[in-house]
Design a protein around this ligand. Structure first.
Ligand SMILES: CC(=O)N[C@H]1[C@@H](OP(=O)(O)OP(=O)(O)OC[C@H]2O[C@@H](n3ccc(=O)[nH]c3=O)[C@H](O)[C@@H]2O)O[C@H](CO)[C@@H](O)[C@@H]1O
Length: 355
């Protein structure tokens, strides 16, 4: 039997693409195991879908000052030895890494043990963890054509991002029922990335009464971000993080406000959902969401609102503009070809897997 180790963690964007590969890998006869950090959000997500999970020690590699910078190098070193031990035990034919800090020691240990490694970069330019991993990888999959030029020749493979098949099986009726909504008023869904977004949450809540005049609102606001004052408000439902029901909530949404994380936007495009993107700014990231959002705006898929331009007025305008012109957004999205990221990655794994 062929064995594969999947790794990735930190935020859901480094986990859901791995989850998307699972059914196809199982069909191909792979025995799948997962390596993540001991207590990251990936642990719960992966255990929930029934994969064997191996936690290793992990530290964040920060570019900025933090007291933890002095203890984390030791955790990363320990992570390397944990990863080596786990890989020796699991003996995979191939490793697939979706990125995030926990994956660096896994990829390096795999290289040391001569296990072929495929890594995947969802964003336009490689993040720090993937940059450190690229020299140890056999192939580097990417989501955007623009990324290929940032990768070593001979390693880059343009695959797109794997999207969970189940997201295409949502039911509008089930979504409305879950929220106790009617079918006679449009639904606005707000999703702030896998960790939520305080800036987006505040902008929505500051405008709640105006927005509720025309829309019913599903607000996925991130862990610990529920607002108790709004609990039970008619036409408004809030969730911290949504797992199995996400497909139904997407199905009943007429307009979506989202961060511009690479996976989230690929899902919106594949599901043909008219959307407003509020990318994470340069103060909190290397600016990849800004590039993601600009690319989607250029292609006519999205309306982009920069975080510093979000006001009560601009947000309301954007929602109405996208809702009124939803047909033209859907039309533009219909021009995009759906590639086959899952099929391409599984084929690559088959080709590289150590015999
Ligand atoms: C703050 C941060 O570092 N953001 C990065 C992170 O975002 P983040 O982790 O938010 O990643 P994405 O937006 O790419 O993906 C989020 C994933 O979580 C899922 N989801 C989200 C909420 C929920 O309740 N349920 C659920 O299932 C979404 O459907 C999606 O599959 O990784 C992305 C991909 O490398 C980057 O583009 C982002 O810049």
């Amino acid at each position: 039997m062929k064995r594969i180790v999947l790794t990735g963690g930190g935020t859901a964007g480094h986990v859901t693409p791995n989850m998307a590969l699972v059914p196809a890998l199982e069909k191909e006869g792979y025995q799948i195991s997962y390596i993540g950090s001991k207590d990251g959000m990936e642990k719960k997500l992966i255990e929930d879908i029934g994969l064997p999970y191996y936690g290793i020690s992990s530290g964040k590699l920060r570019r900025y000052f933090d007291v933890k910078n002095f203890t984390d190098p030791f955790r990363v070193m320990k992570g390397y030895f944990d990863a080596k031990k786990t890989l020796k035990h699991l003996k995979p034919n191939v490793v697939f890494s979706k990125g995030g800090f926990v994956t660096v020691p896994v990829v390096m240990a795999a290289k040391h043990l001569r296990i072929p490694v495929i890594i995947h970069e969802s964003d336009m330019t490689p993040g720090l963890a993937n940059k450190l991993s690229i020299p140890s990888a056999n192939k580097v999959c990417c989501n955007f054509p623009e990324t290929v030029k940032h990768l070593p020749e001979g390693k880059a493979v343009l695959t797109g991002s794997p999207i969970r098949e189940e997201l295409f099986t949502g039911s509008k009726e089930k979504g409305l029922k879950l929220c106790d909504f009617t079918s006679s008023k449009p639904v606005l869904l707000i999703i702030g990335g896998s960790l939520g977004s305080v800036a987006i949450n505040n902008a929505v809540r500051d405008n709640i009464d105006e927005l509720l005049e025309d829309f019913q609102i599903i607000h996925i606001c991130g862990k610990n971000n529920l607002e108790s004052m709004l609990a039970g408000k008619s036409g408004y439902r809030q969730f911290e993080y949504v797992k199995k029901e996400l497909k139904h909530l997407f199905a009943c949404a007429d307009v979506i406000i989202s961060r511009a994380g690479a996976n989230a936007i690929c899902e919106l495009l594949a599901l043909r959902k008219p959307n407003i993107l509020i990318p994470l700014g340069l103060n909190a990231s290397r600016g990849d969401q800004i590039l993601n959002a600009q690319s989607f705006q250029r292609q006519g898929y999205s309306y982009v609102l920069n975080e510093e331009d979000v006001t009560s007025k601009s947000l309301l305008n954007a929602v109405h503009e996208v809702y009124d012109n939803r047909a033209s957004y859907v039309n533009a999205m219909n021009q995009s070809e759906l590639s086959d990221p899952i099929g391409t990655i599984v084929k690559l794994a088959n080709e590289l897997a150590r015999k």
